[in-house]
Design a protein around this ligand. Structure first.
Ligand code: ZN
Length: 375
């Protein structure tokens, strides 16, 4: 296991997702000051110098041959029986439960750890009461880094115990504002890297870590061909954007000739309410059992991922999510089942046709989900 990170020599800055302005590579994730003047809160993505001909992989990554616990390369499993019942040409599940700590978050944690090692950081700090916290704690521990987690006061015992086991320091807060203020304070101290969002309005997780999701596009292409639709359970859109950015890179490299449509699946209307880019900075509170995608904030990440792929946003409430989990018939966190539940309404509205290939992101199993029977 490597304890050092090899930075991609092409990585040369951070770039505004919206206007394309390039900023220096820094640890703190700040909004684009140019776009802010127009009232739009936009975060950054990694910027790479143009590839030399015949050069590196189609999907550039911030770190090469760095720290890993074997995340990624998860299976893509077809479900012909469900496809038949749902009158779909093809239905596949990208099984992110097979990552080291059981969720897609490991892809992000790996890149976050590499950035921490690269910048000489000693502590990862994040706000999460769920899979992101478990993943970051496990990865930090394995890399010899500290991990501080701002959690909700009502964090489930399963998560609290796992965080203890992985040596993470937990700080409990009653609300998001408290959690994010804590992370923001820590992020401004030397030696800290904030992995997840800590700003209001939200920007999303730290850009180099979000890059960790891009290889999902390549894996989908290699394992099952180019899908027509990708269903993504979403809170602030890190995963949806990473998948979009991966396919975008494949398109630029002419490895594919179109983008799959990215569908952001949310438990109550948030992004669905946003009509303008300025609306992304508003708060959209709601209650849900889908705890991995709870919260009131949205980001430019998910706006871009849906707009640029002719996808969109679809609300699958808890009742529909429970029904989808019964249909799925396997262990899945409730929001992952909701992603399956988004297929039928999109068929009804004519967005998904009987000839299409749909990929559902199975983000995590139900093993730590309080809504799972027998939990
Ligand atoms: Zn900008």
């Amino acid at each position: 296991m490597s304890q050092s990170a090899t930075r991609n020599p092409r990585l040369d800055g951070l770039q505004c997702l919206r206007c394309g302005r390039v900023y220096p590579l820094t640890l703190i994730h700040s909004p684009c000051s140019t776009c802010l003047q127009e009232g739009v809160h936009v975060g950054m993505r990694a910027h790479y110098a143009t590839a030399v001909a015949g050069g590196a992989n189609a999907i550039p990554m911030p770190y090469l041959d760095g720290f890993t616990l074997g995340e990624g390369q998860t299976p893509l499993a077809d479900s012909p029986e469900l496809a038949r019942r749902m009158r779909l040409h093809r239905l596949s599940f990208k099984d992110e439960t097979r990552n080291p700590t059981g969720s897609h978050k490991d892809r992000m944690s790996a890149m976050g750890v590499n950035q921490a090692l690269d910048f000489g950081v000693h502590t990862l700090v994040l706000a999460s009461s769920g899979n992101a916290a478990i993943s970051a704690a496990r990865y930090a521990q394995a890399a010899g880094l500290r991990c501080e987690v701002a959690t909700y006061s009502g964090i489930s015992q399963v998560y609290a115990q796992a965080l203890d086991e992985f040596g993470a320091q937990q700080y409990s807060f009653d609300d998001n504002t408290g959690r994010w203020n804590f992370v923001a304070d820590q992020a401004n101290k030397p030696g800290y890297l904030a992995l997840t969002n800590f700003q209001l309005p939200a920007l999303g997780s730290t850009p180099l870590a979000v890059e960790g999701y891009k290889p999902i596009a390549q894996e989908c292409l290699e394992q099952g061909g180019l899908p027509d639709h990708v269903m993504v359970p979403t809170a602030r859109g890190d995963l949806a954007w990473g998948i979009y950015a991966g396919f975008q890179a494949l398109l630029q490299a002419q490895q594919i000739d179109r983008l799959p449509r990215i569908w952001v699946v949310e438990p109550f209307a948030r992004l669905s309410h946003a009509q303008t880019e300025q609306d992304l900075g508003l708060s959209y509170p709601g209650q849900t059992d889908q705890f991995s995608v709870a919260g009131a904030t949205i980001t430019y990440l998910q706006w871009q991922a849906t707009r640029n792929t002719q996808g969109g946003t679809i609300v699958v409430d808890d009742k529909a999510a429970y029904a989808a989990r019964r249909l799925l018939g396997q262990s899945a966190e409730l929001c992952a089942a909701a992603a399956l539940g988004a297929v039928e309404p999109l068929q009804r509205s004519g967005q998904i046709s009987a000839h299409d290939h749909v990929v559902v992101m199975l983000t995590a199993s139900a093993s730590r989900d309080p809504t799972w029977p027998g939990y």
